[in-house]
Ligand binder design. Structure first.
Ligand SMILES: Nc1ncnc2c1ncn2[C@@H]1O[C@H](COP(=O)(O)OP(=O)(O)O)[C@@H](O)[C@H]1O
Ligand code: SF4
Ligand SMILES: [Mg+2]
Length: 363
């Protein structure tokens, strides 16, 4: 199914200047919230890149800073209680410190977010069609009539039957799956070059999930969109992402291609995430193994490696380093993991204890 026409937001053509650096580059990002209980260190020194035409999957348990990171890219945090440090560069333009006017212009037209909860993203007071048409008029300078036609076209493209009739419905007249599609139509109406999808499939049944992920892939094929998919579901990552960043306590603990992360993960937290996916092919005598304990409070994150209170291997690293020394990943390394465990020992644990649990079910 085709969902978008190509516009200037597409991949660079032969006459376009060669872009310098990655399309989206985030360097040493910190996002902190001042709250009554203290400062929440939601993102704590995060770096990553994303190229056009590629999909980055960001995975991690709830509260690991996935949404906060991406809201920072879009400039959607409330400046009154949020401190943001670091660099966010989109297509050569620095976004941290950009004016609200600049960000407002970029949102919708150049970058867009598909939110987790379609009900809160759509206003109950306006028709679905109007909410899709509005950003098209605002950002693309389209007339009301042209924008309405575009809304109908977008509804058709996201698979809403009889779009010409449904365009004047209010959100409550749509089913949950249809609302999610309408919201996607709204996010994509201006052909944004960067689409961030925050747990886009959580509330949907598997068929609609698959259709929505297919829609995003079609969009990418047609216009070279760069996509970020935020999810706690490694199954979604396996089917959609090219690259993966695993987040824990506001940091990147491991990154690599989807194959590297699923087939040869190097970080104990990634092992835990992988081992906790239900798999048909796993040996029946091995129980599912959720990661013991809970993610830490970001008001007062653990010292050293933030995963150390939950890590079964922390004791193996000499000198108590896991609790005192923060492991890092060199900023510009494409493949990396933040862990003090020695290479040999890691291989041994992975092949002896972790791999048998994975049962060959991952891609
Ligand atoms: N506006 C805010 N004020 C204070 N704390 C926040 C705010 N937004 C998010 N947080 C906290 O930041 C942390 C990361 O949240 P989030 O990025 O939403 O996690 P997730 O990985 O589940 O998307 C959580 O501890 C969350 O409670
Ligand atoms: S650095 Fe230590 S605590 Fe952290 S994941 Fe590696 S072994 Fe576990
Ligand atoms: Mg989230």
């Amino acid at each position: 199914m085709s969902i978008l026409t190509k516009t200037e937001a597409g991949p660079p053509g032969p006459g376009d200047p060669a872009p310098s650096g990655p399309f989206l580059s985030v360097r040493d990002l910190y996002v902190q919230f001042a709250t009554e209980d203290g400062v929440v260190k939601a993102v704590d020194g995060l770096s990553f890149d994303l190229e056009r035409g590629r999909t980055l999957g960001i995975v991690g348990e709830s509260g690991s800073g996935k949404s906060v990171t991406n809201l920072a890219v879009l400039g959607l945090h409330n400046p009154r209680n949020t401190t943001i440090r670091g660099e966010i560069v989109l297509d050569g333009q620095e976004l941290t410190g950009a004016s609200e006017r600049t960000l407002e212009r970029l949102r919708g037209r150049k970058m867009a977010m598909i939110f987790q909860d379609s009900l809160t993203a759509l206003s109950p007071y306006y028709t679905v069609g109007r909410q899709i048409a509005e950003p098209y008029m605002k950002h693309m300078g389209a007339s009301r009539k042209a924008a309405r036609e575009r809304a109908i076209e977008m509804l058709a493209r996201v698979g809403i039957p009889q779009p010409r009739l449904r365009v004047d419905d209010f959100p409550h007249q749509f089913s949950g799956g249809m609302r999610q599609r309408a919201m996607i139509a709204m996010a994509l109406v201006c052909d944004p070059a960067l689409v961030i999808a925050d747990e886009p499939t959580t509330a949907l049944d598997v068929t609609v999930q698959a259709q929505i992920l297919d829609l995003l892939k079609d969009l990418q094929r047609e216009t070279g969109t760069a996509i970020v998919i935020i999810t706690h579901d490694l199954g979604v990552v396996a089917n959609t992402a090219d690259d993966v960043m695993v987040m824990y306590a506001g940091r990147c603990v491991e990154r690599g291609t989807v194959r590297e992360i699923l087939k040869s993960p190097e970080h104990p937290y990634s092992w835990g995430l992988l081992a906790s996916i239900p798999r048909l092919s796993a040996p029946v005598d091995l129980p599912l193994s959720p990661i013991p304990g809970a993610p830490p409070s970001l008001l007062n994150p653990p010292s050293g490696c933030p995963f150390h209170p939950r890590c079964a291997f922390a004791e193996e690293v000499g000198g108590g380093r896991c609790a005192t020394v923060r492991p890092g990943i060199p900023e510009d390394e494409r493949r990396g993991f933040a862990c003090h465990l020695g290479r040999e020992r890691k291989r041994e644990i992975f092949t002896g204890q972790i791999q048998p649990r994975l049962g060959g079910g991952a891609r």
